[in-house]
Design a protein around this ligand. Structure first.
Ligand code: EPZ
Length: 429
């Protein structure tokens, strides 16, 4: 299995192109199942999760072709996917495919909406908590689907098609909102989703659905209204920039010092994280190209942060912030409110010498002057990248094992960081 070797201590200077958002690209690809016409998606990141979803969609009979740079493109644009679900040959999503990536479970929504049936294995994904699907099932049942669980599969049937309904989520859920939204586009009548997730990726999917002929309003607010239509058609849509990748590189620069332009980054997608970085002592400027992050001279100040649904501080940046706070001048507190077990990075950060104690959902981090490189390993994507950030700032060599997780969510990570002066390389065994 590949490893990443980092020799820490170099400041980051230069520019990094921000890729398309993984967590928008995945549901957008799944939305391609809603129509027999072709959905073209631009700026799709080349990631292991995207490739895995291509295999899952292929299993349903979806044709996907991938195009690289388009003629006339001067800069890296991600890949363009042409997704054609003209003939869905199988409405079953099998265990060996779905168990590797949680978001693939969401295919249940377009399949039951368009084909009126689906059999989807219960999901797997990152080890960050129990992550049930009860609210996704609740949403589909409200829309009139009959659901049962048999042999590890959720079996959904809606013989006469789905019907519009009021779906009130008892807690904010991104997955539940995606599923309710996609399913409601082809339901008869009106659906009102309340306590909906407001994440930018939901808005991006809603925009794409509207280009496909859906009638969705209110995405980005807690109340989404969907007027069902009988058919959706093809469309072309560009995936929005990845706010978690943006925040990750911003934290890396805050940690190592230096000055980096994050090209294509959109500040409104991660204002809460930029505010925390400013409080910690980073210089953040917004310009025509995106966001510029610098830290020169000044040390890192401690912060007190709780993760929260958008527009709050994202759980997907919690591990990276913890790495940063490991070197703050003072004591920080980070509370994780979204997932009950998302602290797998704590024991690995301790290998660098970080002083972190856990009390329930709150971590207290007592900053130290310098981390020391170490061999480390992580079991989820964002935890893995927090170890990369720590390694970039640590004295000496860090070896990050099991980089499989990084490849799921960070496109050309080593390339982007080494172009800014980091000493980082992949070692293939
Ligand atoms: C999405 O996961 C993201 N994944 C996650 O990013 C992200 O951490 C999370 O949203 C929160 O922002 C994708 O978009 C592919 P939820 P999701 O449904 O949709 C509970 C990454 O690193 N819940 O908003 O699965 C759940 O257990 C990944 O890129 C239920 O109780 O998250 C959690 O506590 C990791 N029942 C909370 O809701 C349900 O049926 C929020 O989960 C569904 C969720």
């Amino acid at each position: 299995m590949d490893r990443i070797r980092i020799v820490g201590g170099n400041k980051l200077n230069g520019s990094i192109q921000i890729s398309g958002a993984k967590n928008a690209a995945l549901p957008l690809m799944i939305a391609g199942l809603l129509t027999e016409e072709t959905l073209i998606l631009d700026n799709v990141p080349r990631l292991a999760d995207v490739a895995q979803l291509q295999r899952i969609l292929g299993n349903h009979g979806v044709d996907i072709t991938s195009v690289g740079k388009r003629s006339g493109d001067r800069e890296y644009q991600g890949q363009t996917l042409h997704i054609s679900a003209a003939n869905i040959i199988d409405t079953k999503a099998p265990y060996d495919l779905v168990s590797r990536m949680r978001a693939s479970f969401w295919v249940i929504a377009p399949l039951v909406a368009r084909m009126h049936e689906a059999q989807v294995s219960l999901p797997g994904g990152c080890a960050i908590g129990t992550r049930p699907v009860d609210l996704l099932i609740m949403a589909l049942e409200k829309l009139g689907a009959e659901l049962s669980i048999d042999g590890g599969y959720v079996i959904a049937r809606a013989p006469g098609g789905l019907k519009g309904a009021n779906i009130d989520f008892p807690k904010v859920t991104v997955s539940g909102t995606h599923v309710a939204l996609m399913a409601a586009t082809l339901a008869k009548g009106t659906t009102v989703i309340t306590n909906a997730a407001c994440e930018p990726e939901i808005v991006d999917v809603a925009d794409c659905l509207n280009k496909m002929g859906a009638r969705v309003s209110g995405a980005g607010t807690p109340r989404i209204l969907v007027e069902g239509v009988s058919k959706l058609h093809g469309a072309r849509h560009t995936v929005l920039p990845d706010r978690i990748e943006t925040g990750t590189y911003a934290m890396a620069v805050a940690m190592t010092g230096g000055d980096v332009q994050l090209i294509g980054a959109q500040p409104q997608l991660l204002q809460s994280a930029l505010d925390v970085l400013t409080e910690a002592g980073a210089d953040i400027t917004v310009n025509n190209e995106g966001i510029r992050v610098a830290r020169n001279g000044a040390g890192i100040g401690p912060v007190k942060v709780s993760t929260a649904p958008f527009p709050g501080f994202p759980t997907d940046l919690q591990a990276q912030l913890m790495a940063l706070m490991a070197c703050a001048k003072g004591s920080s507190q980070i509370t994780e409110t979204i997932f009950e077990n998302r602290f797998m990075h704590v024991q690995e950060l301790a290998r660098f010498g970080a002083r972190i104690s856990l009390d329930g959902e709150t971590a207290t981090i007592d900053g130290i002057a310098k981390l020391r490189g170490a061999p480390v390993m992580a079991t989820d994507l964002r935890a893995s990248v927090s170890l990369v950030i720590a390694g970039l700032a640590a004295e000496g060599e860090t070896m990050v094992n099991r980089v499989y997780h990084l490849d799921r969510g960070f496109e050309r990570l080593e390339e982007k960081l080494s172009a800014c002066g980091a000493s980082i390389q992949r070692i293939s065994d």
